[in-house]
Design a protein around this ligand. Structure first.
Ligand SMILES: Cc1cc2nc3c(=O)[nH]c(=O)nc-3n(C[C@H](O)[C@H](O)[C@H](O)COP(=O)(O)OP(=O)(O)OC[C@H]3O[C@@H](n4cnc5c(N)ncnc54)[C@H](O)[C@@H]3O)c2cc1C
Length: 462
């Protein structure tokens, strides 16, 4: 795009959002050209609307001018979802960051889309309520981005993912029209088709969220955390199945494989016991001490039956924090292994985790790549980290594709929480049946007839 055209656009957008909420400078554009993936494309302009009216005007202007547009939260996405394709406009929603209402009686929060995940939780806690979906990016990522990606986290095994907490929405279509659904829709809702879940996980391709109504639940006060070491991942996986079969539902249930334990050991300097092949972190919560103590007794029995090597238990917050540190140290410990981490998240039925991890090991040795896995054992979400040098990138992509295939072969899926975006688009399209793809395209076409809203993400139009 030439400078004259860019200048005209700057004037047009300045009229809508004000000059200081418009960015055309090279440095600022670079910041908005990517998320945390490797994809990058510079936007033609970044506009920061301050209210719904300005969003409507931006959308109508882009539609008139045939300009692609992408809504952006905090840019923490890992699959290129917020990357502006085809000379697009970035609509940075960071100014829409107000918590509009917390209704303790109905346990509902109404928020603007750029409220940070942690900020809602902190605000809800003042009313003794909480918002459970907790992606590891909760201090940075926005609730709009969370809904668009259907984000999950540590505590989703018990409480559910973002979609389970979305009660209603106010959204802008590419026609510049507002639609209110669920809790934000006035009047009776039980006779309508429920549109609210339609936009969840739509990765900004269908509508722009302008308000969200989210479910809150009462806080619980009792927690126990167990750190359990096993000789093998098979034993750890059997333990997970036994725990769930016993109808104990941990509030977090994380696993780490031996590659992750090696990385942690190099990072912390604490040697890994050679007989330890896997680790589980099991958090139990509840409203009453007795109830949690009973769950703990049952879980410890199950772990022992599966011949756990050691069990550490923490009841007070300081001790728990010490045990959680193992999990928090995973990310920095991986950074110390190699400069580049290709981070995929695949899902498989819980019982198949060991089989998947073994397949991943084989793929790693075939391509001579170091791959470590950890993740949410309770819901079968395996975080696969391919640790590479730049020169190994194309080999790593081939390995990633085989890992997706392995997950599918085991009745799993190619993404648990991180979405499809640009990163997994080809693979996702390849795995869909023609009727499913056509239906997705028809829904997109109905809401965005010119395919201008976040084009090129999840699926293409041909
Ligand atoms: C260190 C780290 C840890 C992470 N851990 C997790 C994790 O545990 N679980 C997990 O699920 N993810 C995780 N992620 C991925 C990422 O944080 C989530 O996908 C998050 O939901 C993205 O939110 P965001 O505000 O950064 O959105 P962005 O990256 O800005 O955007 C993501 C997508 O949402 C769309 N979008 C944003 N706002 C709106 C809106 N108002 N209306 C319509 N569409 C919109 C964008 O167009 C884009 O397609 C992690 C990322 C990092 C960097």
């Amino acid at each position: 795009m030439n400078d004259t055209r860019r200048d005209v656009l700057r004037k047009n957008f300045s009229q809508i959002v004000g000059e200081r909420n418009c960015t055309v400078g090279k440095e600022a554009l670079t910041e908005f050209s990517t998320d945390t993936s490797r994809f990058t494309q510079a936007p033609v302009i970044v506009a920061r609307p301050g209210n719904t009216q300005e969003i409507a005007e931006i959308v109508r202007f882009c539609r008139r001018e045939g300009l692609p547009i992408v809504a952006r939260g905090a840019g923490t996405g890992t699959t290129g979802g917020a990357v502006p394709c085809n000379n697009g406009v970035v609509m940075d929603l960071s100014r829409l960051n107000r918590i509009l209402d917390i209704d303790p009686r109905r346990r509902i929060a109404v928020v603007e889309p750029a409220v940070l995940n942690d900020d809602l939780r902190r605000a809800a806690e003042k009313s003794n309520l909480t918002y459970p979906p907790d992606p590891a990016s909760s201090d940075k990522s926005t609730l709009g981005g969370n809904v668009a990606e259907n984000a999950g986290g540590l505590h989703c095994v018990k409480y559910g993912v973002t979609r389970d907490f979305l009660l209603g929405s106010e959204v802008m279509t590419m026609a510049g029209e507002i639609i209110r659904t669920g809790e934000l829709h006035a009047g009776r809702q039980d006779i309508d088709i429920d549109l609210t879940p339609l936009w969840s996980a739509s990765e900004g391709t269908l509508v722009v969220f302008t308000k969200l109504a989210l479910k809150l639940i009462p806080c619980v006060s009792q927690f126990v955390l167990l750190l359990v070491r096993f000789g093998s991942l098979e034993q750890a996986a059997e333990t997970v199945s036994d725990i769930i079969r016993a109808r104990v539902m941990p509030s977090a249930l994380e696993f780490m494989d031996e590659g992750t334990l090696d990385a942690l050991s190099s990072y912390t300097g604490e040697p890994r016991r050679s007989d330890v092949g896997a680790l589980l972190l099991i958090e139990l919560d509840g409203a009453y001490e007795r109830q949690v103590a009973e769950q703990k007794r049952e879980v410890i029995e199950i772990c022992k039956r599966q011949r756990s090597i050691s069990i550490e238990s923490a009841t007070d917050p300081a001790q728990q924090e010490k045990l959680w540190r193992a999990r928090r140290n995973v990310s920095p410990s991986l950074k110390a292994i190699a400069p580049i981490k290709i981070n995929e998240d695949v899902v498989t039925p819980r019982s198949k985790i060991p089989e998947l991890v073994n397949r991943i090991k084989e793929i790693g040795s075939f391509y001579q790549l170091r791959i470590v896995t950890f993740g949410h054992a309770g819901d079968g979400n395996v975080h696969v980290n391919i640790m590479i040098q730049e020169s190994e990138y194309s080999r790593a992509k081939k390995a990633a594709d085989q890992i997706f295939q392995a997950a599918i072969d085991l009745n799993g899926v190619i993404s648990g929480e991180h979405g499809i975006g640009l990163a997994k688009k080809n693979r996702w399209m390849q795995d869909q049946s023609e009727p499913v793809l056509t239906l997705h395209r028809n829904i997109k076409q109905a809401l965005d007839p010119d395919w201008l809203l976040n084009p090129g993400k999840i699926f293409d139009n041909d």
